[in-house]
Design a protein around this ligand. Structure first.
Ligand SMILES: Nc1ncnc2c1ncn2[C@@H]1O[C@H](COP(=O)(O)OP(=O)(O)OP(=O)(O)O)[C@@H](O)[C@H]1O
Ligand SMILES: [Mg+2]
Length: 346
């Protein structure tokens, strides 16, 4: 019997396809009451991991459980886990309602449940339409409706926002957050951090099958926002004054500003005033999460550098990314465009 905890546990999962290691010693856990984003670029191993979690692919090593049990030992798994994977097979001639009724019969839930879940995902008015004529976004909604049929405790969704319009993405966000707030568990994958940024509570970021960050998104953001950027009339004098005051976290940004760690803006302004150094500009560094995501996962492909990776492109400085929980495996080597030291001090 499963333990009803709503917990997903992935431990040391590894999957090789011939010479390709799609998933490499991956570990993370997901608790109830939260939405967890499973992020990584194309080919990072997201789908393979989710397929192993759902018992569709056999791992070479490691294990995964839902509610304390491997998927195959959940009894009536559709009542515990609802899943949406890529490439859903829909019978094109079947109506949405009949598609759902086929599944509800197999699951042993009443027929009326089909209409309930169609309303839940906003497809109530399309219940009698043939699925073959559905748009990609409508198919995504129907796949989610199918996953919800068994009123599951845990939702596992592989790129469910693909094909959704902005209104659909906003709707999905509200839906998943309220689903999680009711004490249930959501694990959702995407290759775009921006798509999930406002939806998820924590993230597992993978690159080439390995974890590069695992923890709350807030901590990832906070770990990056500790620098104050200034433009000073006499930056050397300011550096000297800061060093004399015991502040050693100073460095230059690519655009020539002084970046100061370990002080807030007020303290930096006061130190500059005490040293008699005029400041033209002083601001807290703004963290571009999408840029950080690109940098964290950039080592996956050894392709020719894109324009923004060429020398001279001013990448935002990153430093001290320090995940809340150290990744189970070391982060990959720094990408060539790396300026800061975030990869080396985790
Ligand atoms: N059945 C398979 N046979 C051979 N290689 C596979 C198979 N399934 C996946 N792979 C390979 O494993 C790696 C990970 O693929 P996977 O589909 O898990 O990535 P993903 O993170 O889901 O990517 P995407 O964002 O494009 O969906 C890729 O290199 C892929 O080519
Ligand atoms: Mg995939």
């Amino acid at each position: 019997m499963h333990d009803g905890s709503g917990r997903i546990l992935v431990q040391g999962l590894t999957k090789r396809f011939g010479a390709i290691t799609a998933v490499d010693n991956l570990s993370f856990s997901v608790g109830p009451g939260s939405v967890t984003g499973f992020l990584g670029p194309n080919g990072a191993g997201k789908t393979t991991t989710l397929r192993m979690l759902l018992g569709l692919v056999t791992p070479n090593a490691g294990s995964s459980t839902i509610n304390g049990q491997p998927f195959g030992r959940l009894g009536n798994p559709a009542r515990v886990v609802g899943a949406v994977l890529e490439a859903q097979g829909f019978h094109p001639g079947r109506t949405a309602r009949n598609h759902l009724r086929v599944y509800s019969a197999a699951m042993g839930v009443p027929d009326q449940r089909a209409d309930q879940v169609l309303e839940l995902v906003g497809l109530g008015s399309a219940a009698r339409r043939a699925v073959g004529g559905f748009s990609l976004g409508m198919k995504q909604r129907l796949a989610l409706a199918t996953a919800l049929l068994g009123d599951p405790q845990v939702l596992v969704l592989d790129e469910p926002a693909n094909g959704l319009d902005p209104e659909g993405i906003a709707w999905l966000r509200v839906f998943l957050q309220s689903f999680a707030r009711s004490g249930r568990t959501v694990l959702i994958s995407s290759h775009l951090l921006a798509e999930l940024e406002q939806t998820v509570d924590q993230v597992v970021i993978i690159s080439a099958g390995r974890t590069v960050y695992y923890g709350p998104l807030d901590h990832l953001r906070a770990s990056q926002s500790s620098r104050v950027l200034v433009q000073a009339a006499d930056p050397q004098a300011l550096v000297q004054a800061l060093h004399t005051a015991g502040v050693t976290g100073t460095e230059w940004t690519a655009d020539g500003r002084l970046a100061i760690s370990g002080m807030d803006r007020k303290d930096v302004a006061e130190a500059a005033m005490a040293a008699g150094v005029a400041l033209y500009d002083i601001r807290q560094e703004v963290i571009d999460l999408e840029q950080l995501f690109l940098q964290l996962t950039a080592s996956q492909y050894a392709a020719a550098p894109a324009a923004w990776q060429q020398p001279g492109w001013a990448a935002p400085q990153q430093h001290g990314w320090g995940p809340v929980q150290p990744p189970p495996t070391p982060p990959p080597a720094q990408p060539p465009s790396q300026h800061g030291d975030w990869g080396g001090n985790a």
